[in-house]
Design a protein around this ligand. Structure first.
Ligand SMILES: Cc1cc2nc3c(=O)[nH]c(=O)nc-3n(C[C@H](O)[C@H](O)[C@H](O)COP(=O)(O)O)c2cc1C
Length: 137
């Protein structure tokens, strides 16, 4: 079975209510069953997410997530086979908030201290997620 990594970012839909704790519980329950792992960063405005697992599972999950009305402007940054997972630890880890540490990490990889589609590439996005994940361990 091919191991696939998928990375996207999206914007929260402010007209839909969002219970991030309930959302992450759903993620962990479903992803655990499918052996999908990854990380979700939510800064109050944008979501950055990486999904890793079997190609079929990751693809099906992404299509479900993309239909979710709690976010919009979903930009798929990459979907490709990998030899190993970068985020095996969490069925879905959650990094939430936009504190000084997060801003510093953004500044490290982005041209501005905000997620700006114009200035982001998939490698930078993964670096951001990996650096943010250090705070979770
Ligand atoms: C930003 C975002 C990320 C999500 N990530 C996942 C995920 O990793 N796994 C998952 O099962 N659902 C995820 N969802 C929720 C799905 O869109 C969908 O609501 C959920 O899978 C339905 O699961 P249920 O049928 O068990 O209620 C995400 C939703 C949003 C808005």
């Amino acid at each position: 079975m091919n191991l696939t990594r998928l990375v996207y970012y999206s914007q929260r839909n402010p007209s839909e209510s969002l219970d991030i704790e309930a959302l992450i519980e759903t993620c962990q329950r479903n992803n655990g069953r499918m052996n999908v792992s990854g990380l979700l960063h939510y800064n109050g405005d944008h979501f950055l997410q990486v999904l890793e697992g079997g190609r079929v599972e990751v693809s099906a999950l992404y299509h479900r997530i993309a239909r979710d009305t709690r976010h919009s402007n979903i930009i798929l940054m990459g979907c490709y086979d990998v030899r190993e997972r970068m985020f095996p630890r969490w069925s879905m880890g959650l990094h939430q908030g936009m504190d000084a540490q997060t801003r510093e990490i953004y500044m490290r990889y982005f041209a501005t201290d905000d997620v700006n589609p114009e200035t982001v590439n998939v490698e930078s996005l993964l670096d951001v997620l990996q650096d943010l994940s250090v705070e979770l361990t």
